[in-house]
Design a protein around this ligand. Structure first.
Ligand code: PA5
Length: 418
């Protein structure tokens, strides 16, 4: 596997017997997820049927976009854009278009600045919405259609707009009425579990990345979760965080020394926050990028309230080498770094932080990828989705709904006169 997990330091806070029991429970919950009948239509992501993913259409359209687009705009919010953004913003894309994001804000400034940047460029857009009632993507689609309508004729517009929605939705009708390519958002897959449906796959492919590798990572993690009951990262992590939660550790900070994991950690925050924060329960998920945030939140991690779990996402292969060449004439006081590479410096800082926070009484967990790649993202996304489902079930909440979000939507729609 391209991903390994180190739970030893967190397990040190727990008793052997309770750990054994919790792992067995988590494994049973995990098995049941694969076996149970999907009555509520929420488990479609667990054993994705790749034959219904429209991979042929996805790859062909993505190829056209890579050939012709200067700008590719992903229009979606929450589960409808986070997984793709996590991958796209982390990986080099030598032949991809500039990727921009709309449908995820109501800020007029951001909308106007994005439209300004699109001016004079060859633009393709992908609108992603499961039920096509969400305000941000729906309203931005209106703005973008008007913007494109005054720049392209009808046929050209039809070629440049791709929509991802559920069958039978108004979005599907709009696609049919206007000749837009329609990709399916499978009904039994919730937004934040949609990383391996056309929701995640199409933008990743259009951005110039390898969806086969990404799906291969997912398949490897899926096999691991299915075949290695108690001994896969999802179940082990799910069990440990639940036990820690029971001991009062109710904040989990995901941290990485790789800034390019920034949007991945945002995806993780959404997955766990929206899935677990219910009925006045749940571990509060937060994220920080080190070493920068060591100069702010690092103080709290080291010495604040001891209710924190820290989950490191590390990577073995640094992805680049930048050496510090000796330069005695500068007299800058940094000669102790002479001959070192930033790959070693970053790793040393990570190890030092891990040790310091352990000494400070923080249960630390580490997920480590061999390298930042489509494949390792496939593994990471799948493991965390299973872990989240397992964790939620263990906590006794429904990890697949989001009634709290619906509540704010109801009051916002009322305020706007819907
Ligand atoms: O995970 C979820 O279900 C949510 O975050 C949704 O993805 C988000 O609210 C967007 O919903 P929709 O695709 O229906 O616009």
């Amino acid at each position: 596997m391209g991903i390994s997990i180190d739970l030893s330091k967190a397990e040190g806070y727990l008793g052997k017997d309770e750990l054994k029991e919790a792992k067995a429970k988590a494994a049973a919950v995990c098995r049941l997820l694969y076996e149970r009948e999907d009555k509520d239509k929420v488990l479609g992501w667990l054993a994705e049927d790749t034959s219904v993913l429209q991979l042929g259409q996805i790859k062909a359209k993505a190829e056209e976009i890579r050939r012709e687009a200067d700008v590719f705009v992903i229009v979606g919010v929450g589960g409808s854009n986070q997984a793709a953004r996590g991958v796209i913003e982390a990986l080099p894309r030598p032949d991809g278009p500039k990727v921009m994001y709309l449908g995820n804000t109501l800020s007029p400034y951001t909308i106007r600045e994005t439209l300004k940047e699109m001016e004079g460029k060859s633009v393709f857009i992908n609108v992603i919405a499961k039920n096509f009632e969400t305000l941000e993507p729906g309203s931005h689609f209106r703005v973008l259609r008007q913007w494109m309508g005054s720049r392209y004729d009808k046929e050209e517009m039809a070629r440049r707009i791709i929509v991802t929605g559920t069958k039978g939705s108004r979005l599907e009708e709009i696609a049919a009425e206007n000749g837009y390519l329609f990709l399916q958002f499978p009904v039994p897959v919730g937004g934040r579990y949609s990383a391996f449906t056309p929701v995640g796959l199409f933008p990743i492919a259009a951005a110039g990345l390898d969806v086969d590798e990404y799906l291969a990572g997912m398949a490897a993690a899926q096999k691991d979760c299915r075949e290695h009951g108690e001994d896969n990262p999802a179940v082990r992590y799910g069990a440990v965080r639940q036990l820690l939660y029971g001991r009062g550790y109710d904040i989990e900070m995901m941290v990485s020394f790789e800034p390019r994991y920034g949007f991945f950690t945002k995806w993780w925050v959404q997955l766990f926050g929206e899935s677990e924060g219910k009925e006045k329960r749940g571990i509060f998920p937060a994220a920080s990028i080190y070493s920068e945030d060591l100069h702010s939140i690092g103080q709290y991690m080291q010495d604040g309230r001891r209710n924190l779990i820290e989950t490191f996402v590390s990577v073995k292969e640094p992805g680049a080498l930048v050496a510090v060449d000796p330069c005695p004439a500068y007299g800058d006081g940094f000669d102790y770094l002479d001959g070192m590479d930033f790959a070693d410096i970053n790793r040393a800082a990570e190890e030092a932080t891990w040790e310091a926070h352990l000494r400070g009484g923080v249960p630390c967990i580490r997920f480590e990828a061999d390298r930042v790649s489509e494949r390792s993202f496939g593994e990471l996304y799948y493991y965390f989705m299973v872990a989240c489902a397992v964790s939620g079930e263990l906590m006794g909440i429904n990890p697949f709904d989001q009634e709290g979000v619906e509540e704010y939507k109801r009051s916002m729609f009322a305020a706007l006169g819907k």
